[in-house]
Design a protein around this ligand. Structure first.
Ligand code: PLP
Length: 389
């Protein structure tokens, strides 16, 4: 049976790559490690000739993500950041780019440093501030980057509304969908032109590879970006593609468990005496709750909170938890905890972090799929210790 007529995201994820080996009928898409492929004869290439340009395992994974995002082309890159870098190949020095003031620190660092070197013009804007966003769009940007939900404060942008406004001024819209995966949000269906993923996160889900992907709505934009990916040499490796494809198959059940656990963890944290604020789009009083209900199929499994007592209390919390691992990254089966100002967003200058609302008391957690009672017991202990002098 072909996957061509399947639209259900759970079925698509589980069946990813199943019909790719026409020669042997391998149920699991094989890893093609060969760097090069023989020609049939003089100037007579096969489908693949050199693995930087094209690789069967990578192609299978790229197509699987493109199908899940309902896009045309999926370009697999060697990291999430190289997927963001690939986007920048669309820009010339006179082009204007608009990015959110509170995006992932690595993306912020890349865009601000390339702009400083004159590779394009840049406006950093709070995309929840309608007037500021309208003012930025009035300057006719070529590209607008959205990150919804944002890392680490889980702010949301109405992708449909903002895409319409961007298209009216001729801008391309790229959405970083890393925090949700195509199971919970499909930005192309909401009007975006390009979707970005760090596949290091939920898509692979086992914290054992790094990778990225760009999915385009149109074939022509996909071909242009695929040309650049080969040209600058940032395409993903076969083994990483194999791992990500393997992880993808369990994404639906992982996401379900991640979300169930997160809902309970968020309820536990809300109103906890050691906590000043919890950022979780599933709360009805979260600023983006209505947008989340409109454009997402779930509230995701990331949340952040501010610990009473600032950075000293954060240090005590980290010293007294044992189930959570203090580490960068997110979206793996194991629960991770991090301090964005010194970790994921350490590449941002302090003034930019303050402007984005990322305080030194902020803690981000990626809720894993362990038993939720164990997760809550660990936080209970750590938070109690965080308040001791
Ligand atoms: N986008 C978001 C939202 C991220 O959180 C990250 C990494 O944390 C990236 C992009 C970059 O991905 P990678 O670390 O795979 O290069």
């Amino acid at each position: 049976m072909s996957n061509a007529n399947i639209t259900n995201t759970t079925t698509l994820a589980v069946r990813a790559g199943i019909n790719s080996d026409l020669h042997h009928g391998a149920v699991v898409a094989p890893i093609h490690l060969s760097s090069t492929y023989s020609l049939k004869g003089f100037n007579d290439k096969r489908e693949f000739d050199y693995s930087r340009t094209g690789n069967p395992t990578r192609a299978t994974f790229g197509q699987a993500i493109a199908d899940l995002e309902q896009g045309s082309v999926g370009i697999v890159t060697n990291t999430g950041m190289s997927a963001v870098l690939l986007l920048c190949q669309l820009l010339s020095s006179d082009d204007l780019v608009v990015i959110p003031h509170d995006c992932y620190g690595g993306s912020f660092r890349l865009f601000t440093h390339l702009a400083k070197r004159g590779q394009f013009k840049l406006i950093v804007v709070d995309q929840n501030d309608q007037a500021a966003l309208a003012q930025a769009l009035a300057q006719k940007p070529k590209l607008v980057l959205l990150e919804s939900p944002s890392n680490p404060l889980l702010r949301l942008v109405d992708i449909e509304e903002v895409s319409k406004a961007c298209h009216q001024v001729g801008a391309l819209v790229a959405v970083d969908n890393t925090f949700l995966s195509p199971l919970l949000q499909q930005p192309l269906r909401l009007g975006a032109d390009i979707v970005i993923h760090s596949t290091t996160k939920y898509i692979n889900g086992h914290s054992d590879m790094v990778g990225g992907v760009l999915v385009t709505k149109t074939q022509s934009l996909g071909e242009e970006l695929a040309w650049w990916a080969n040209c600058i040499g940032i395409t993903g490796g076969a083994f990483d593609s194999f791992l990500a494809l393997r992880g993808l198959k369990t994404l639906p059940v992982r996401i379900k468990q991640h979300q169930e656990n997160t809902e309970q963890v968020a309820a536990f944290l809300k109103g906890h005496p050691a906590i000043d604020a919890v950022y979780y789009p599933g709360f009805s009083d979260h600023i983006g709750h209505e947008i989340a209900k409109k454009q997402q199929a779930g509230f995701g499994a990331m949340l952040s909170f501010e610990v009473k007592g600032g950075v000293e209390a954060v240090k005590k919390l980290f010293a007294n938890i044992s189930l959570f691992t203090l580490a960068q990254s997110l979206g793996g089966v194991e629960s991770l905890i991090s301090h964005p100002p010194t970790m994921t967003h350490g590449g941002m200058e302090e003034s930019a972090r303050v402007n984005a609302g990322i305080s030194n008391a902020l803690v981000r957690i990626s809720v894993g799929i362990e038993d939720v009672e164990d997760i809550i017991a660990d936080l209970t202990h750590g938070l109690a210790q965080s308040q001791k002098s």
